[in-house]
Write a protein that binds this ligand. Structure first.
Ligand code: XUL
Ligand code: CO
Length: 443
């Protein structure tokens, strides 16, 4: 199996990662992710639509607020556009060696900011022209593009919600250029993560006005995207806090309410990130289920937090209970259409070997392959769907059905009240949990 080769090999000694099955003890092989294996009517590759995140894998060197980065990355040695070109080659070598069909980037991950708006745009155009060549040569596709309107100090008070109009205009220039880059590269979605769209203190904040500004900005971006031929969904990625004390896109329910209020719900969907869900005191599956209930499921940023702290630790997925529960919800949503599983995840600061980036992705891909297979079995070959259906059976016929279909008034419903008809009905939670373990730990 071939992989992309630039001027230099950045991951020497590592070839195309192959599926060797659960019996293999080769750390650089898939044990569960067999891209051509059929699960129902699609291959694993088609179901899972994995993507590699440019920022964590090729830009970050492991630095944290307490110290500089311990990782050496040969492709990050040169600065400016020379460095950006080497990083692009390293990225495509990695995508094709790990066998990820997609990638995702922010404008500033892939091309450096220049000293003027025009120079930044030129940098982005130059690098995305090269990215297009590499996409065409390898078949790797862009899952989504986005603009980083949160890292530069000019965005310290927000981007579209900034109280200074001049900053909002700068955010517009970046989003416009990032939309153009996404369209050029055939990106299937466009993401908005509002890292600093929120507040640090309510004493200096006009919240209603900022929300109106955010909606105005998103509406303009939607209109521009459609004008230049972007057909896919715009995605909002909810997160409750970090870096802001409070972010307006707090969680899925909040975002759905916002989108409906400003009539953006037809063009926008949700990009659910596991660790953002837990930061909001929800579970990953909870956020996916809200998106499903609202008909707004779009894509996933696959990662996990750490149960012992509340931060956005962005660890690679590992917990198969979690990936199974997530895949149950995703399959019930009808699976991915334009979305996919983007590893918005970083290797630990002390994971300093070059192979660690491979091991992390192999583990994440295997965890979701297992989750997919187990979820498929739970939904198609277990007692679970029947047990859930049975719980709601009183709404499938007669007056329950009339109630559900809006054919009853409160008077009529109240007239049915009868203490004698209400019997305790077990929720069967433990039975279901036992079924899940049986499916998880048998073939
Ligand atoms: C930050 C985060 C972002 C978005 C894209 O927590 O998840 O990387 O995914 O801007
Ligand atoms: Co994310």
């Amino acid at each position: 199996m071939s992989y992309f080769k630039g001027n230099r090999e950045y991951f020497p000694g590592i070839g195309r990662i192959a599926y060797e099955g659960p019996g293999s003890d080769n750390p650089l092989a898939f044990k569960f992710y067999d891209e051509n294996k059929m699960v129902g009517d699609k291959t694993m590759k088609e179901h899972l639509r994995f993507a590699v995140a440019y920022w964590h894998s090729f830009c970050a060197d492991g630095s944290d607020p307490f110290g500089s980065g311990p990782r050496t990355m040969d492709w990050n040695e040169k600065s400016g556009m020379d460095g950006a070109k080497e990083k692009l080659d390293a990225a495509f070598e990695f995508f094709t060696k790990i066998g990820a069909p997609h990638y995702c980037f922010h404008d500033r991950d892939i091309a450096p900011e220049g000293s003027t708006v025009g120079e930044s745009e030129k940098n982005l155009q130059t690098i995305t022209n090269l990215a297009k060549e590499r996409q065409d040569a390898t078949g790797v596709k862009l899952l989504w593009g986005t603009a980083n309107v949160f890292s530069h100090p000019r965005y310290m008070n927000g981007a579209s919600t900034n109280p200074d109009y001049n900053v909002v205009a700068n955010a517009a220039a970046q989003v416009k250029a990032a939309l153009e880059a996404t369209v050029k590269l055939g990106g299937e979605n466009y993401v908005f993560w509002g890292g600093r769209e929120g507040y640090m203190s309510l004493w200096n904040t006009e919240m209603g006005r900022e929300l109106d500004h955010m909606a105005r900005f998103l509406t303009m971006a939607r209109d521009y995207g459609r004008k230049i031929g972007f057909k896919g969904p715009f995605l909002i990625e909810p997160k409750p806090m970090e870096p802001s004390k409070h972010q307006y896109d707090f969680d899925s329910s909040t975002v759905v309410g916002f989108l409906r209020k400003y009539e953006l719900d037809r063009d926008f969907k949700l990009n659910i990130e596991a660790n953002h869900a837990t930061l909001a005191q929800h579970s990953f599956a909870h956020e996916l289920e809200i998106a499903r209930a609202e008909g707004m499921f779009g894509s996933v940023d696959a990662n996990r937090g750490d149960p012992q702290n509340g931060w956005d630790t962005d660890q690679f997925p590992f917990d198969v209970y979690d990936t199974t529960e997530a895949m149950v919800s995703i399959l019930k949503s009808g699976g991915f259409s334009t979305g996919g599983l983007n590893f918005d995840a970083k290797i630990r600061r002390n994971s300093t070997d070059r192979e660690d980036l491979f091991l992390a992705h192999i583990g994440g891909m295997d965890a979701f392959a297992l989750g997919l297979e187990k979820a498929w079995t739970l939904l198609n070959d277990s007692e679970l769907p029947g047990l859930v259906k049975e719980r709601y059976a009183s709404f499938d016929k007669g007056q329950g059905q009339d109630f559900e279909n809006g054919k009853m008034t409160l008077d009529q419903l109240a007239a049915e009240a009868d203490y004698g008809k209400v019997k305790p009905i077990s929720g069967k939670q433990e039975k279901i949990e036992n079924i899940i373990n049986r499916i998880l730990f048998t073939k």
